[in-house]
Every structure is written in C-alpha cells, then in structure tokens.
Design a protein around this ligand. Structure first.
Ligand code: NCD
Ligand code: ZN
Length: 334
C-alpha cells in the first residue's frame, strides 16, 4: 500500500498573488494546496487604501471562494494613524514594511522606521501585525539581512506590544536573532531557502530562476534554517514568498527577484522533512504555527499526501517554477 499522510490543509504566511492574468494562475495554484494565505501588497499600484484592499480581496475570492486571503497593506512614509485604522476596518490583519529599493516594487518604501512612527503606534494599538522585508538595501548583498537587525531591534524596543514577523529568513544569524526576541516576534521560512544555496544560483551556469530577495545563502545558512523548521518552535513557520515573474522577464538580462514555488512547495517540504526524519514536524510548521501567531484558526480541512512521484514541469503558464523539471516523491491525493 502507498504511504500516506494527512495534515491540516497548509497556510502560506507570505504569498504574492500578482494581478491580471497572472492572478488567475497564482490563486489556482495556491488554493490547490493551501487553505489560506497572507497576501502581499506590492502590487502596482500598491494595496494601501481600503478601496484597493477590498477590490483585491473580492477578485481573489471570486477566483477561489474556498480559499481565505489574509489581507495586508503596504506602509508608506508619513502614513497616518487614521489611514491605518481605515485599513484595519477594511479587514487588513497586517502592515508590510518594505525598505525602499530592497526588492520588487519597493521604490516607494520606507527608508527609516522614524517615517512611520505614527502608523506603527496605531498598528500596535489595533493589534495588527508588522511584517518586514528585512534587508538594508545599501549593504553588501549577502549581509543585507544581517545589517537590518539593528533597525528591527529598534522597532521591537519602541513598540513593546507590537507583533512582528521577520519575513523569509535567509541568514543563520537571523535564526539566532529571532529566537532571542520575545514570543511576539516570529519568522517565516520559505521552501527555496530550505532547499537551495548560492551554488544553485551562480555555482554553475547563472540561473535567474533561483534568484530572489533575500538571495539564498550558504550551506550553513540553509542547514540552520532547516534546524529551525524542524525545531518545533512556534516562532518559525512556513511562508512561501512564492513570487512569480514570467520566464521572458527572468531571462531578460535584468532578472527580477522572485521564485514561483506555490505549485510544488508542499510536496517538496514533505520530501525534505521525510528525508531528514522530521515528517512529524511538518504539520505544525506548515499548517499550525503560522495561523496561530496571527490569531487565526488552522484549517479544519485535511490535505492528504501520498508517496508517489510527480514531475515538476519545466514551465507552467509562462513561469519556470521552483525545482523545474525535477521529480518530487510526494503527490496530492486526488
Ligand atoms: C518578491 C516579488 O517579486 O514580489 N521578490 C522576491 O525576490 N522575493 C518581493 C519580495 O518579497 O521580496
Ligand atoms: Zn515576498
């Protein structure tokens, strides 16, 4: 008989759903595996008004009525307390801080947390979560995340009740850093940072499809991230940061950062956890700790995986997915 596991349907705590034609693809692929997802606001224009938030949520809902989008808004310099209140009233559970210039569509981001003090105070009062892309854009690329610790610590100290998420941890020093902070601070970990190192980007021929922000780092970093994911600590949970860009854009000579992992992230995680003898830790990491941190319920619905190979396509809807062309040893039970 085939080996099988049933887990609560996963929650993706960091997801880019994009817009237009690509939105249909991303919602379809995410809804197949995930009950809910924290939806990132770096669209064009950004999700930073109640009207845009409502329209985006409605569009996602019309494409997949059973899938729950957890809505965020993008913080901007000078954002007022009343603007934050309006976003909370429209249904946002989190505000996202992008350091200006750190990643895709972040030119209008924040250069110092002092620019958003009023907004952060309101978020703390309202119980909203502050989600941060932790990179200092002017530092050396492999140290950008580490060099952001000081700013993160300053915000954490200034707002003693604010829940904060250190997104897509890539550097082993950030694992120690998040672990050292109070329980109101958590970190997300992606599939690609658990599986890849810089060798997969520039070790052989340069591969734009494994290029993302923050850049995947060394074997010691990947191993420390795996240990955090296997640790059973509720401070570390899954957020895919699945962020598709068309193949043509990736292979253009000026590749945008972002890896499309939604379609196979769950079986890839099952494979990794099983290989490392940690399959029992998968459900908490991918389905339970994330929603609990946000004050949401883990899904009641189950996802059943069977030990049966699937082949990841080379291209899907014009996008090259994570681990394209490889086989993965788990599949969804039809
Ligand atoms: C993301 C995107 O393309 O929207 N890119 C990425 O490399 N991860 C933005 C982000 O989360 O940094
Ligand atoms: Zn992201």
């Amino acid at each position: 008989m085939e080996k099988m596991i049933a887990i609560r349907k996963p929650s993706d705590m960091h997801l880019h759903l994009r817009q237009g034609a690509m939105l249909k693809t991303t919602v379809r692929d995410a809804a197949a595996w995930f009950a809910q997802a924290v939806v990132m606001p770096n669209t064009l224009p950004p999700i930073n008004t109640p009207e845009r938030l409502a329209a985006y949520r409605d569009e996602i809902f019309s494409l997949a009525p059973g899938f729950k989008p957890v809505m965020s808004f993008k913080l901007y310099p000078g954002m007022s307390a009343s603007a934050v209140k309006a976003m909370a009233k429209a249904g946002a559970l989190l505000g996202k801080l992008y350091p200006a210039g750190a990643t895709t569509n972040s030119e209008d981001g924040v250069t110092s947390w002092h620019q958003i003090k009023e907004a952060l105070g309101a978020m703390s009062d309202l119980g909203l979560v502050l989600s941060i892309h932790c990179e200092k854009p002017d530092a050396f690329v492999l140290d950008r995340e580490y060099k952001y610790h000081r700013e993160f610590a300053a915000i954490c100290k200034a707002y003693p009740d604010l829940r904060m998420v250190f997104e897509h941890i890539s550097d082993r020093r950030s694992i120690e850093f998040v672990a050292s902070l109070p329980d109101r601070v958590a970190g997300t970990i992606t599939a690609h940072h658990l599986l890849l190192t810089l060798d997969d980007v520039i070790g052989a021929n340069m591969n734009p499809h494994t290029f993302c922000k923050p850049v995947v780092k060394g074997p010691k970093d990947r191993d420390a991230l795996q240990q955090a994911a296997f640790s059973g600590s509720s401070k570390f949970f899954f957020g895919s940061d699945s962020a598709p860009h068309l193949k043509t854009k990736k292979e253009s000579g000026a590749a945008a950062g972002g890896i499309y992992s939604s379609p196979y992230a769950v079986p890839l995680m099952a494979e990794l956890f099983e290989q490392q003898g940690q399959l029992k830790k998968l459900e908490n990491f991918i389905s339970v700790f994330g929603p609990k941190f946000y004050g949401l319920k883990p899904a009641k619905e189950k996802l059943v995986l069977i030990k049966k190979e699937s082949t990841i396509p080379a291209v899907t809807d014009g996008i090259v997915p994570l681990c394209a062309g490889k086989t993965v040893s788990w599949s969804i039970k039809a």
